[in-house]
Structures are given as structure tokens and as C-alpha cells.
Write a protein that binds this ligand. Structure first.
Ligand SMILES: Cc1cc2nc3c(=O)[nH]c(=O)nc-3n(C[C@H](O)[C@H](O)[C@H](O)COP(=O)(O)OP(=O)(O)OC[C@H]3O[C@@H](n4cnc5c(N)ncnc54)[C@H](O)[C@@H]3O)c2cc1C
Length: 312
């Protein structure tokens, strides 16, 4: 059995890269990684610690051109005779994996949350409201893994890295500028998230959300209207039309819990809701509910965490 993992390393190795390699190693067999960009070999060889046997890098593809990436992954799959191709379920895989599925005549399972049981794989469906059991009938399968579904595990040592000519073809896009949020924990990968909604009344009140997030080492998020009004950047908007997240802890302050918001957060392992309205729908989805004013509760939570950290 040969498993090929595609990793997007253009901005370095992220937690999701270590997750997908760990996932592949649990499937078993020979684990090859294919990537593109400029990342130094001594960074890439660390993927061996998570179970990769080798990394192949096509340094000719320096952008997220999904046509070129599809060519590179398809040629890598043929080179290693891959029986399974694994992606992290992100924007790149959403564009590349369906094309690859046609090219390799391979069944595609999108949004997997567990290692396959034989040919059957559990996936999130209906925006996380149900779990589907998908059986793949083709001899080759493609799986995209939802971020935060498994913990990266170090099981081995560095592996070899080799240059790979994936016959990418000509680039169809030209990157003019790149803007990257700095110093923030990427929301899809965050294990802890503090989020707020219209109940916070205005952008000037986000300091208390950020204070709590800083104490916890959490990412910040928001409801859609908050991003639409311009109180917070759009990349923080979670929900059906925003980012879907699965953190270990999701703290929601001043968010009503509309179905479209829940669609993006109900995969969270623990949900804490702070709302003045005891009838707010979010309480039905909450593991812990605080009926109270976010303006009082958030600073008190931050203080309590500071004290807890100081005493430990
Ligand atoms: C097609 C479609 C897609 C959508 N996609 C998304 C999406 O992806 N994500 C998303 O979030 N929404 C989405 N929405 C919008 C969604 O339906 C809700 O309108 C939105 O989530 C409400 O945002 P909110 O909870 O911040 O605001 P509100 O509904 O105004 O709720 C504010 C909450 O704050 C509470 N509150 C007020 N003051 C305080 C206080 N001092 N302390 C504590 N609590 C307080 C109130 O009791 C209330 O529950 C979508 C809608 C549509 C139609």
C-alpha cells in the first residue's frame, strides 16, 4: 500500500501538515509527501517525524495555482503508485481534489474525520449536523481530512527530501501581492477560539475579547454581521458562509446562535456561551452556558485565568 500526502508548504509547515501526515501513517504503508514552493529541505525533512518516508518537492510551482498543483499531485501519485491520496480539507484541496479525482478515476471523500475502517470513512455532512459513512469502491481513493480531527503524533525521525519534476505545465495565474495576517493563530487550526457577535455593540469593545484570547493563547472569531459591518476582518467570520472550525474550546459571547453560525462551529469539542438572553438559541448547543452580560463576564474570565496561571 502506498499513501501520498499533499502538503501546501508555501507559507511554511502548519499544524494541518503534521495532522495529515499523522493521519496517513495511521492508514499505513509507504508514506510519501508531495509539495511545491521554496521551503528548505531541513524544514521538510521534519515531516518524517510524523511518519513520512520521503518528501518530494516541485520547486518550479511557487504559487497556489491549482491547475499546476493538480498536475504535480497526479504525476506524484503515478510515480509512487498511490492507492490513497490525502489532503487537508482547505481551500487548495477543495479546488485540487475533484480535478484529481477525475484524473485518477479515484473516489473522493471530502471532510473525513477519522481514519478509514476498511473502505468506509466517516465524514461530516450537512454542515456538521450529521456524520456520513462513505464507502469508496474505486481501487484508488482520495481523502481530505478536516483540520483538528486528529492530533499530530511524533513517531519517527527526519526523512529524505528529493526534488521532483511534477510536469506542472505553464502557470495560469500571476500573484501580484500577498497579504498574510501576522502574529495570529490561523483560525481553522486553532485549538481554542474566543468569538463575539453583535451583542458587543461596537468594534471599540473587542479589547476584552482579545484580552481573554491572549490569556488563553486562543484565536479570535466573530459572527457574520460583525464582519459585514466592518467591526472585524472577514477572515474571522465563522459559520455556514465563513470558516468552519473544530476547536477544542469555543467561547461565544453576545452571539445568538443562529443556525448559519452553528453550522461552522458545532464541531467544537466544548462550547461555552455567554448571553444576556436565557432564551438565546445558542444555549441549546452549549456545553456550558453563562446567562450574563459579556461586558462583565469576559473581563472576569480573563482575571480568573490570569490568577489560575499565576498560581500554577
Ligand atoms: C444565507 C445566510 C448565511 C449566513 N451565514 C452566516 C455565517 O456564516 N455566520 C454567522 O455568524 N451568521 C450567518 N448568517 C447570519 C445569521 O442568520 C445571524 O443573523 C447572525 O449569526 C447573528 O449574529 P449575532 O448573533 O452576532 O447577532 P444577533 O442575532 O443580533 O445576536 C446578538 C446576541 O447578543 C446577545 N447580547 C446582547 N447584548 C449582550 C451582552 N451585553 N452580553 C451578552 N450577550 C448579549 C443577544 O441576546 C443576542 O442573542 C447567515 C444568514 C444567512 C441568511
Amino acid at each position: 500500500m502506498s499513501v501520498l500526502v499533499y502538503i501546501n508548504s508555501i507559507n511554511g509547515l502548519s499544524k494541518s501538515a503534521f495532522e495529515v501526515v499523522t493521519y496517513a501513517s495511521k492508514i499505513g504503508g509507504e508514506i510519501s509527501v508531495v509539495t511545491n514552493g521554496d521551503l528548505a529541505s531541513d524544514e521538510l525533512q521534519k515531516l518524517g517525524q510524523y511518519g513520512a518516508n520521503k518528501v518530494m518537492i516541485d520547486r518550479s510551482v511557487k504559487t497556489n495555482d491549482t491547475e499546476q498543483i493538480t498536475n504535480v499531485v497526479a504525476n506524484a501519485a503515478k510515480t509512487v503508485n498511490a492507492t490513497t491520496v490525502v489532503f487537508s480539507h482547505d481551500l487548495i484541496s477543495k479546488a485540487v481534489s475533484p480535478k484529481l479525482s477525475v484524473r485518477l478515476k479515484a473516489g473522493l471523500v471530502s471532510g473525513a474525520i477519522e481514519v478509514p475502517n476498511g473502505n468506509t470513512i466517516r465524514v461530516n455532512v450537512f454542515s456538521g449536523k450529521a456524520i456520513g459513512h462513505v464507502t469508496v469502491k474505486t481501487s484508488t481513493k482520495i481523502i481530505s481530512l478536516l483540520p483538528n480531527s486528529i492530533q499530530p503524533e511524533v513517531t519517527g525521525s527526519d526523512c529524505s527530501v528529493e526534488d521532483f519534476d511534477g510536469q506542472a505545465g505553464d502557470a495560469k495565474i500571476k500573484v501580484i501581492d500577498t497579504k498574510k495576517p501576522e502574529g495570529e493563530i490561523p483560525l481553522p487550526e486553532a485549538e481554542l477560539v474566543v468569538s463575539a457577535g453583535r451583542g458587543l455593540k461596537g468594534p471599540e469593545n473587542w479589547g476584552m475579547v482579545e484580552d481573554l484570547a491572549t490569556e488563553l493563547g486562543a484565536a479570535t472569531a466573530c459572527s457574520r454581521p460583525v464582519a459585514d459591518i466592518g467591526w472585524r476582518p472577514h477572515h474571522e467570520h465563522v459559520g455556514q458562509t465563513g470558516v468552519a472550525i473544530r476547536p477544542n474550546l469555543y467561547i461565544a459571547a453576545g452571539i445568538s446562535g443562529a443556525i448559519q453560525h452553528l453550522a461552522g462551529v458545532n464541531g467544537s469539542k466544548v462550547i461555552v456561551v455567554i448571553n444576556t438572553d436565557a432564551e438565546a438559541p445558542f444555549f441549546k448547543a452549549a456545553d456550558y452556558g453563562i446567562i450574563g452580560d459579556a461586558f462583565e463576564v469576559l473581563p472576569r474570565l480573563t482575571e480568573a485565568i490570569k490568577k489560575f496561571k499565576a498560581s500554577n
